[in-house]
Ligand binder design. Structure first.
Ligand SMILES: [Zn+2]
Length: 232
């Protein structure tokens, strides 16, 4: 960086100081997104190395996956909840790509995700995306793609279902409605191993319907990665 660029960067820091997305403290020096303390406190799962881990068990008997992982444990009231709130509602898009890189690094150390050919986000309704300005799952994919050197297939899945209320439907109707909410847009995607990405997994219903849509196509295998896993 030359002198002018350094001066401008210094001035920007003064005018718009960056704050930690976990604890709101002021970030100093070269720190971005999280302070050192919050970074060290992130509750890593280690699921990327674990066969039959709790994320994989969610999908047993529902959809067939090659491998599945979540990077972090999510609990209510935790620092991670603040970070994810900042990502979803405070426009902190950089949180998504940074976490995506972290996910990519974790996955790259595991031999269970080696054959992935593309990374696909769980799609968001266009109205919601327009309001928020981004799909946080897509930001995670961008960060992962940088590390894993695998392309993002942002339009592989399309959200087709209507947003009609589920209140008056029976359990089976609700399930059918959910199953048909996504379609795979895969004209050239045969023989792909798709890494399906979302910010958090709880019941797995959305990821299940996305995976089911992909698995309808010939020659497609699916793995799953989420930033957070909710402890029930
Ligand atoms: Zn912090």
């Amino acid at each position: 960086m030359n002198f002018v660029a350094q001066a401008v960067a210094g001035l920007m820091d003064l005018m718009f100081p960056e704050i930690c997305a976990g604890c709101n403290c002021l970030l100093t020096g070269s720190r971005h997104m999280l302070c050192v303390r919050c970074l060290n406190e992130l509750p890593r799962t280690g699921f990327e190395h674990q066969v039959n881990n709790p994320v994989e068990k969610i999908f047993w008997g529902r959809v067939s996956t090659v491998a599945a992982m979540s990077l972090l444990y999510f609990t209510k009231g935790s620092m991670l909840q603040n970070v994810m709130h900042a990502l979803k509602y405070k426009g902190r898009a950089e949180v998504g790509t940074s976490f995506g890189r972290m996910m990519g690094e974790a996955i790259s150390t595991s031999n269970r995700f080696q054959s992935i050919t593309c990374i696909a986000p769980v799609p968001m309704h266009w109205k919601k995306k327009r309001k928020r300005g981004y799909n946080q799952a897509e930001l995670l994919c961008d960060g992962m793609s940088e590390i894993l050197k695998v392309p993002v297939a942002a339009d592989l899945l399309v959200k087709t279902g209507t947003t009609d209320t589920q209140t008056f439907k029976t359990r089976t109707q609700r399930w059918e409605n959910m199953r048909s909410r996504f379609t795979a847009n895969t004209p050239h995607a045969t023989k792909q191993h798709v890494l399906l990405v979302d910010d958090v997994v709880t019941t797995g219903a959305t990821l299940e319907s996305c995976a089911a849509a992909l698995l309808k196509e010939n020659g497609i295998q699916v793995s799953i990665a989420t930033l957070a896993f909710t402890l029930k």
